[in-house]
Design a protein around this ligand. Structure first.
Ligand code: HPA
Length: 240
């Protein structure tokens, strides 16, 4: 059954989804890690593919940038296509004692967005990761010999400009990463009842201004995509 933003056929989307922002990254991840991958979505060129990872069906599809775009796709994936877990893979700006290329497992998502408040009577929601997926990611990182840190993330609606004091607030609260999606994805997961986890690599240093060159970003994406796929295995097997 198609939905406003997904033309995927009924049953074409797996119950585990990797959600990079960029549809071309979805294509890259599918080509690199999924066997028998077939394209399942083309609406708005938001490319999506379903294939097998270690014999388990997985879909990887772009979600766009920011909470509104991510929430549109995540809502339709969960409500119309029965998706049970969504792992966002992407990049973030790093604050404090993080280095370029560090991998962060987002335990919580703070935000300047009003998205969760709109659904929560104006109150502050503690938007947090699914513990099973987070534990799966910690275990998978150990298995793969990868350094990955459980971290606090901030999702901003303003890539450019915004609150001039934001960085000092983030430092004060020992938040290590800034991106634009996680708090909304986690709030949605809590309401819709799916599991969610964000895995990001640090692409920019917000304190000092360093950034990773584009070629290395692709390599970093491959590393976290593999970690995300491995992280989901326990949850997939526990549910089947
Ligand atoms: N801000 C918001 N989103 C981001 C950043 C940033 O500095 N870096 C990567 N994604």
């Amino acid at each position: 059954m198609s939905s406003p933003h997904l033309d995927a056929a009924s049953g074409a989307i797996a119950d585990t989804v990797l959600l990079p922002g960029d549809p071309l990254r979805a294509r890259f991840i599918a080509g690199r890690f999924l066997e028998e991958a077939v394209q399942v979505n083309s609406r708005r060129n938001m490319l999506g593919y379903t294939g097998l990872y270690r014999g388990r069906p997985v879909t990887v599809i772009g979600g766009g940038m920011g909470i509104p775009s991510t929430a549109i796709y995540a809502t339709e994936l969960a409500r119309v296509h029965g998706v049970r877990r969504i792992l966002r893979v992407g990049t973030c700006g790093g604050i404090g004692d993080v280095a370029l290329g560090d991998v962060l497992l987002a335990q919580s998502g703070s935000t300047d967005s009003n998205f969760n408040r709109l659904h929560f009577g104006g109150h502050d929601l503690a938007a947090c990761a699914d513990f099973g997926l987070l534990r799966g990611a910690v275990d998978a990182a150990a298995r793969l010999g990868m350094k990955a840190r459980v971290a606090r993330i901030f999702s901003t609606d303003c890539f450019h400009d915004g609150d001039p004091d934001l960085l000092s607030h983030l430092r004060r609260h020992r938040i290590q990463g800034v991106e634009m999606e996680t708090a909304g994805l986690y709030g949605l997961a809590m309401r819709e009842g799916f599991q969610a986890l964000t895995i990001v690599s640090v692409s920019d240093l917000l304190d000092t201004g360093g950034s990773i060159p584009p070629m290395e970003r692709e390599q970093g994406l491959a590393v976290i995509a593999e970690l995300a796929l491995e992280s989901a295995l326990q949850a997939i097997d526990a549910a089947t």
